[in-house]
Structures are given as C-alpha cells and as structure tokens.
Design a protein around this ligand. Structure first.
Ligand code: DX5
Ligand code: ZN
Length: 225
C-alpha cells in the first residue's frame, strides 16, 4: 500500500518543512488538495504554492484538483511540478480533452469521483488514465468520517480493469485502511491520521502494516480451489 499524506492537514506556515518531514517519515507520494470555493465549499492553494514547495522533496506530487473546469489550469499545474493530476468527472465537460492535455505534458492523468457519483462515469476513460480516485468522504475538508460503502466502487473498478491503480481519499486511519486494502486499494491518502500523529514515521509504518495484515488475512481466507 502506498501512503500519500495530504498536506491539507499540515502547518501551512511552514509547508516546505512539513513536506520534508513527511518525506523522511516514509511517505510515498505528497497529496496536494487544490480547492476553488466553487466545486467544493472551501479554498486552499493553487499552482504558485505547489511550485514554491516542489524543491522540498523528490517524492511524486499527487495533485488533486477540486475545481470547476480544470482544463483551464492543466498547464499551470504541470509547470508547477505535478507528477499525477486527478480531476473530478463532475467538474469537467471535456474529460477526454483534459486527460489528453495532462498526458501530453508527460504527467499521469487520474479521474476522481465524489461519493454520490456512479463508477460508470469513469468507465469510458479507463484506457486513457493511469489511476482512479474514489472519494471516501465528500470532498472539501479533512477530518471527516470514512464511508465504507465506497469499497464497492473500488471493487467495481478492479473487476473492470484489474491492473488499474485505485486511490481512496478521506477518513483513512489505522482501522479503515484494513477494509480498504482488502478491497484492493493501492494508494491511500491520509491527512489527519499522519499529520496529527505525534510520531509520523511510526504512523505511516502502522498504516502500511495494517494494510499488509488485512491483505494477508484475505489470502488466508480464500478457499483453495
Ligand atoms: C478532502 C481532501 C482530502 C483530505 C483528507 O476533500 O481531498 O485529501 O485532506 O483528509 P483526512 O485524511 O483527514 O480525511
Ligand atoms: Zn485529496
């Protein structure tokens, strides 16, 4: 399981240091939540901030766009140093064109869905994207409760495209990562759980360990043919 701490829960007054800190704590990716106050009822930061902190780690920058009409800003986020860009199917009319614009710049493209959005909305694009982001909370704020029902959507993606990387975002902690791993999730975003921990290195290790145990138990439960 890859762990992508969300800097939404970091101390914004020292963002560069916070990113360096979770890098040393064993994070796999850095998750950056961009909100426009329209697609979600919250505002965060844009491409200039991402560019400013890009030099503080070599880890991949996983940029989660929660903005209307994301195609308008793809160039800016690619130039700022994004390695993966996720945008919401609910927020864009030209989904195929936006995916193409991201890939044209050598950046990985991913599609995100809110809890109420059917998984079928991403199916037409599975051949074009490299990751699906299943929201496990309503996008907009950190610290919300994980929605276990979303694991059906993870399983639906895996049934359709077994090799597709699936990420979840929202409410992931040492307990909720277990059913997530069992459902086949590959990447977990974790904000509060990692940044709120006294020992972030230990917390990331606990998350990975719990995911690993859940996977192993699942293998143990599978009846022999
Ligand atoms: C929510 C964001 C998440 C959020 C996760 O809209 O996309 O990345 O920060 O935070 P936690 O892990 O606290 O739910
Ligand atoms: Zn996010």
């Amino acid at each position: 399981m890859l762990i992508a701490p969300s800097i939404l829960s970091a101390d914004f007054s020292k963002l560069g240091q916070e990113i360096a800190d979770i890098t040393h704590a064993g994070a796999d990716w850095i998750h950056l939540d961009v909100m426009d106050g329209r697609f979600v009822p919250n505002l965060t930061f844009g491409a200039p901030v991402i560019q400013a902190v890009r030099g503080h780690t070599k880890l991949p920058f996983d940029v989660h766009l929660m903005i209307e009409d994301p195609h308008r800003y793809i160039g800016d986020f690619c130039d700022a140093g994004a390695d993966i860009i996720s945008f919401h199917v609910e927020a864009e009319r030209d989904i195929a064109g936006t995916i193409a614009a991201i890939k044209q710049r050598g950046v990985r493209a991913a599609l995100a869905v809110k809890p109420g959005t059917a998984m079928e909305s991403v199916f037409p694009y599975l051949d074009e994207i490299s990751m699906v982001l299943v929201m496990t909370v309503e996008p907009g704020f950190g610290g919300q409760e994980y929605q276990p029902g979303m694991m059906q959507k993870v399983q639906a993606v895996k049934a359709r495209a077994p090799r597709m990387q699936v990420q979840i975002d929202g409410g992931v902690n040492v307990e909720t990562i277990r059913p997530s791993a069992a459902a086949g999730v590959d990447v977990c975003v974790a904000g509060t759980s990692v940044f709120g921990a006294q020992d972030r290195k230990a917390r990331i290790a606990q998350l990975k360990q719990a995911a690993c145990e859940a996977k192993q138990q699942q293998v143990g439960q599978t009846p022999l043919p």
